[in-house]
Design a protein around this ligand. Sequence first.
Ligand SMILES: Nc1nc2c(c(=O)[nH]1)N[C@H]1C(S)=C(S)[C@@H](COP(=O)(O)OP(=O)(O)OC[C@H]3O[C@@H](n4cnc5c(=O)[nH]c(N)nc54)[C@H](O)[C@@H]3O)O[C@H]1N2
Ligand SMILES: Nc1nc2c(c(=O)[nH]1)N[C@H]1C(S)=C(S)[C@@H](COP(=O)(O)OP(=O)(O)OC[C@H]3O[C@@H](n4cnc5c(=O)[nH]c(N)nc54)[C@H](O)[C@@H]3O)O[C@H]1N2
Ligand SMILES: [Mo]
Length: 806
Amino acid sequence: MTEEKSLRGGLTRRGFLKTAGVVTGALGLAGAAGMATAESWLAPSRANAAEPVEEKTGYTFHYRHCQCNCHLKCTVRDGRLALIEPNDWPDKRNETVCLKGISEIQHTYSVDRLQVPLKRVGERGSGEFVEITWDEALDTIAEKVKETWDTHGSQAIAFQTAVDSLTTSLPKLLRGQEKPRRGIDIGLGNGFSPALAESGQQGASSNEVTDWKNAKTILNVGCNMLETCMVTAKYFFEAKEAGAEIITLDPNFCVTAAKSSRWIPMVAGTDPALYLGMISIILDNEWYNAPYLKENTSMPFLVNRADGSLLRRDPAASIEQAGSENPFLVWDENTNSVAEYNAEGVVPALDFETTIDGEAYATVFKLLKENQKQYTASWAAETTNIDEEVLFEITDKYANHGPSILSFGFGGGEKFYNADVAGHAAVLLATLVGSFGTDIPGWGAGAYVNAYQKIFGAGKLASWPLPEECTIAKAAKDSVDYRDEESGIKFMWVQNGAFQQIAGNQNRTDEWAKTLDFVVVQDIWHTPSVDWADIVLPVCSHFELDEEVGFVRALRGHVLLQQKVLEPLFESKTDFWIECEMAKRLGFGDVMPESQEELARYQLDKSTDKALAGITLDELIANNGVVALKNQPEIARSYSNQTYKTTSGKIDVYYENLVSYDQALPRYEAPNEAYADNPLRETYPLHMTQRRSKYFIHQNFMDATWMRQYYKPTIEMNPADLATRGLSSGDMVEAFNDRGSFSCECVATEAVRPGMAVIVEGIWGKYMNFGNLQNVTNDAVNPRGKALVKGRVIPFNDTLIEVKKA
Ligand SMILES: Nc1nc2c(c(=O)[nH]1)N[C@H]1C(S)=C(S)[C@@H](COP(=O)(O)OP(=O)(O)OC[C@H]3O[C@@H](n4cnc5c(=O)[nH]c(N)nc54)[C@H](O)[C@@H]3O)O[C@H]1N2
Ligand SMILES: Nc1nc2c(c(=O)[nH]1)N[C@H]1C(S)=C(S)[C@@H](COP(=O)(O)OP(=O)(O)OC[C@H]3O[C@@H](n4cnc5c(=O)[nH]c(N)nc54)[C@H](O)[C@@H]3O)O[C@H]1N2
Ligand SMILES: [Mo]
């Protein structure tokens, strides 16, 4: 089996075994006799043992980063995980598990589990460690934290976390900057969400995917939800069976495209052109919902043509002032004069211009029409390489055969330099046809890849109170990247996530990591980040606890509880325990709850959210860890009764803060590197994008052998592109550009558009022939990022490469 060989080869080359040579006696110390390989550790328990010696059932939740958060019923025999099944939920629609969940039986005991606290002895990045005690590890860290506070200030500490550890106090206890301008998953949201002032600003959809069955036309643009949010598959098919036409626009024939009613390929990175072209078609054919635009949006607001500012009652006041305090002005068709937009009886003109006190004004709508003149349907067709007739046809369906859904992903077009322009155009497009806040089911827009998780934020748990000095520092304002000097970071605490994931252009990240004063990595497995640590803290998996009750979560319309399935393996400790120990060592005494149980009770009992009213920990325990939130609609929808938290209280499609960037209304911007006529294409002709796979959650599960048998690292290319390079499937290739290179096998597939190369992101370097795929990815910073709500986006997908035989 070549798979087996490459796994073992990988391990011997760089990873665990070499490390274990330095960490003498690590296994013995961990008290896990026989834990030399996952196989031998696993052997004694069988899923269907005839006469189990000792059997118990435990309940926990699984990862959230695949957006699924399945609740698991686990059978433990002789102290070992033996069987994992979906747990019972009050709402049966949620009883889900996938191969990743089931395979935790192997993955939990993986050879790449961190077993003991480690201290770096070699050069940073070399991965040479010696084992130390927990006391030594935590004392060393605490000393370093205090030293950093004193010499550089607390904001010199950066805390990196994703979504899978539920500690809430540690960043505050460190008083550092949390996820400083991370640049991930915010690209489209940066443009989409300000119009709706949606909290979180991440482009979250306006309704749940459960509403898709009420739609007639669904445009799914660059979202592979059947792999990236597998629990939503049933709603996808429910919609299809109910007669919805699901049209997937994707450069590649992804799994979701394959199951859609129709797949329309397009040029990657041209999503803004797609949306702008559709907007023009809608305007030209007057397919927009004019009464909706007048009533619910900023389209009738007057803009000063000279400087782009919106006209207000008091023009001198700050633009942040609430709309009701300093109202925007519109042209009232009743009185033929300017009027406050929110005054009684005003009928605002939509398509209008006038001169007031010698200055020229036009409505937002009028300016939009002018702005769109350059973005004709034929321009959009040429830019996206979608047939003009097809573009017209799908726009007609979208506008005239609703209810319609506009769905985009957090991958794909999100990871381009121009993503905010696409997001802005998308929200405009959806607004033109009246998608938001309507009473008609099945209208909506946004990212549905995580929509099935309480879009209203229902189920807000109370947060544990900490002393005032425990407050997260704001990331330096000018900082657009961790690695900028302006970020001022000296100390990185990587609790969850990785150096290889947080930025493009890995070689630059590596250089930066060498300059840091101190790095802590707190993880379950030996990810590539671990090698960069000064101190490594081994954490319990979601199955292990040192008490009966663990973390609480409120997602998918339910409150979910993590309970003990297994005793902590090896020397691992819970994230919660680490947090409490740090609190003591940083001089905060006993500010933390005494146990996770006390924390869980507090979070539930003190919550002011009506959806949690009356739900107690005891009820959760009695119901195997799953209780439905109170009074939840069967299908959740945002912005009911047309309420928006924007300045005006209307959908604000005109971005006044971006006037100086000429982006108050979306103006087309090409990708940074992967644009059609980039001269760089002569040297690096292939456009490399990354995707996710149902077999992994980013870098998570790379060490899960039961999953890895289905996948090995490959760079996927169109057969024609392999042929011109004299390559065929299975050849070892090197992918490279000026930033760096990596090497793995190539595979020919018609699913990949000619001129493109696709790879699953997150692959650990040790499973590659050499290098990390992040070595080649683009890290260009769009200067507009500073003005965007969530800062600049990392253009991972905006990358050109060449591929040759290795
Ligand atoms: N199993 C699993 N599920 C996951 C994750 C995981 O790692 N594993 N990660 C989660 C996270 S954090 C995220 S951000 C989401 C992402 O969820 P998605 O957005 O669904 O993720 P991707 O796999 O990146 O791919 C989206 C699609 O975009 C296409 N694409 C590439 N470039 C372009 C482009 O320029 N335009 C258009 N229109 N399409 C393009 C790709 O071919 C791909 O089919 O997934 C989440 N779910
Ligand atoms: N080139 C390229 N890079 C990318 C992307 C891309 O498309 N291309 N996508 C980007 C995107 S969208 C995202 S969201 C990021 C995701 O990148 P990460 O944030 O790194 O995502 P995960 O792999 O889910 O990381 C979770 C880490 O936390 C650990 N972990 C899991 N559970 C726990 C726990 O309970 N406690 C602790 N302490 N640790 C735990 C896991 O072992 C793993 O190391 O990657 C980004 N990087
Ligand atoms: Mo993400």
